[in-house]
Design a protein around this ligand. Sequence first.
Ligand code: ADP
Length: 411
Amino acid sequence: MKRWIRIFSISVFAIAAVSLVFIQFYQTRRTFSINDNMFNIGVGNAMDEAIKQLNGEVFSPTAPQTAAFNFQVLDTLITEQLLLNGIDIHPVVGLYNGAERSFLYSSDPRREQQLEESPYRYHFQPAGVAPQGQLFITLAFPGAELFLQRNSWVFVYVSFFLLLVIVLMFIIALHALAIQRKLDQMRTEFINNMTHEIKTPLATIGLACEMLRDETVSEDAATRQNFIGIINDENQRLRVLVETILQSAKMSNKNFRINPKEVDIHQLIAKVQQSFQLSLANRGGTIETHLDAVPSTLVADELHLTNLIYNLIDNGIKYSTSAPQITISTAVAEKQLILRVADCGIGISKEDQKHVFEKFYRVSTDNVHNVKGFGIGLSYVAQVVRLHRGHLSLESELGQGSTFTITLPLG
Ligand code: ADP
């Protein structure tokens, strides 16, 4: 997807999401206000009916005094009427004497202040009851807010939850898109690098063959051996390269099995070291060995272990700007064989150290190095170690060099 399309769709989505939040907010406020009105209408209707009944039934001519008033009836009648109007909360009821500014009755004396200030005040004057024109029924609804918002909140929560789900899905889709882009980029880089990596040894081999064909050159035994050595090295390089790519692809398969047998790690190191002799000599580099492991034999896959050592040494040489200095050491501790490959090369930053063992990961080439590669060497090394139930660690300091330590079980 093109960059501008991505930015455009993200912007449109962000605007739509924010607008939706505002609309939702406005709608919620509107719902609360409608609920408020409906509540007031409900209370009004209930009180109309209640007062009608109270006038007719409770204040009969035989009980004209407020003192004889049956307050219990007042309470239950109002609650009943409220219920009939869809309001299922118990109100605080008060009978207020306006002339004396006092309550003749209140169902909860602690809330008289609230009752006095309540907007729910209804004139109540049955015939024959003193004081004339000064009696009010007042109501207070301490739980009204909860009641009013009870139903609306469900919708608010559900719609905000759905909005969250949409945003989450959008983020996941963007993430998947980013991964897809990265994979595409990696694939292109991989093909470019592979072409380069294969072309270079092929060109070197071609050149060496040309030189060998030249009789004046090939006459000298030392020069001839030198060119044969170059061809051998480059051939070995190509072999490991192809092997690494193929084996790495094979290892991704869950059913992949290694082929373990007894191998002598010192012999493998010597064999690999041999194949680097010429390229090291060309760059004035050295390989120092401290092979102290006793025993040096272990049960492992010879092919993969050889490639592993090759990859580590090859990296040590590739990522050294000056003459490469590689140190290989082995030791045995706690029934584990320890193999260390150290170099004094460009080193790896702490941040990159977290990723170098990931497949296709390459340290950004712009500012650190311009060495070509596939980014699968170390991931292959990590896979081989894992298949041998070993352990792999890396210590590195930018500009100082890197040490790869591999521990493999002996038993
Ligand atoms: P490749 O060498 O083909 O790029 P690797 O998987 O072998 O792939 O290495 C991944 C990255 O780790 C390389 O791009 C390089 O930047 C870094 N790296 C590996 N080994 C070393 C080393 N010995 N010194 C410095 N950097 C290294």
